[in-house]
Design a protein around this ligand. Sequence first.
Ligand code: GRF
Length: 214
Amino acid sequence: MSRAFRVIVLISGRGSNMMSLVENAQDYEVISVISDNAQAAGLSYAKGKGIPAKAFDRSEFENRKAQRKAIFDYVQSLKPDLIALAGFMQIVDAAIVDSIYGKLINIHPALLPAYPGLHTHERALAAKDKFHGCTVHFVDSGVDTGPIIAQGKVAIEESDSEDSLAARILKIEHQIYPWCCNTIAKGELRLVDRKVNFSEKAALEAEKRGFITP
Ligand code: GRF
């Protein structure tokens, strides 16, 4: 049997996307869960599943840059095929991103390029948008600007609050993120420069699941 496709998941807190990545791993294996916060709830879940989980707490480092360097040195030492940011609340330094471009992906709770950064649900509601959603993308050196892999879209209802909207989108996040990882692991999705190419089979599958692909 060929070697498993190795995925590392980086978290900072709750870790519900990480859990979904673990539970829906078909064509990849989550080999490690890493957090920049020793209190992250997701760490105990990973340990309970027998997945090596490690915290690089801010308190152990002089500054955040040093913390990120230690995290990514460790990540690289594990020789992953893919690194999935899942609620990892730091902007990865350009030099690090450049050295792993194409292997680093993120999930963002908005229909990028709309609403990069924080408070996306609040901003979509304030703008009275008709639609909102989530995006899985390759990470480049900008903030939430990397090549888009797939998006999940929901209609905003008049009765929506930030919480109801966030909950509806989170459900889609939990489906789309593992689907993207499985698709990458199967080699059905490739990044060429800044362009994401899907196999015909994967593009059809995305459509069937209601995901938008480039
Ligand atoms: C998710 O909404 C994700 O899109 C964003 O941060 C949140 C993390 O939630 N990047 P969780 O820790 O995965 O539950």
